[in-house]
Design a protein around this ligand. Sequence first.
Ligand code: FES
Ligand code: FES
Length: 149
Amino acid sequence: MPVLEINRHTQDLNLEPDMPLLWALRDELGLTATKFGCGVAACGACTVHLDGEAARSCMLPLGGLQGRQVTTLEGLRDDALMQRLQAAWLAEQVPQCGYCQSGMLMAAHALLRRHPQPSEAQIEAAMTNLCRCGTYPRIRRALRRAQLP
Ligand code: FES
Ligand code: FES
């Protein structure tokens, strides 16, 4: 019965400790901004923040998350950096089908919080999520637009 901190709320979950976090978020807590893509930590659609760092929730068993801070896109609704990123995403018309974009935004947020003016290499290292629609060039432009001058 893992007790987790999710979006600054304590959640006492009556779930098996080997259940992946993604399942608990979507199916038990209704936090559906986080998407299921591959289930094997390859695509990044399920990206959340774990203690502020991007992490792929489809391969994170609940039992290993006690005492860690989990944040989903819903938890950053009032966050200034996330609002800046979303405005940049709109301005650059990044999404196509949109399926991957929650994960992209979570990865971008973790990147810009750590590196407010990231180098190309830092972007390369941080933005490893997959987009079947090929929005990568727009994501780059939106990231640059969202970074502080
Ligand atoms: S669903 Fe988790 S990385 Fe693809
Ligand atoms: S916008 Fe369609 S998968 Fe990325």
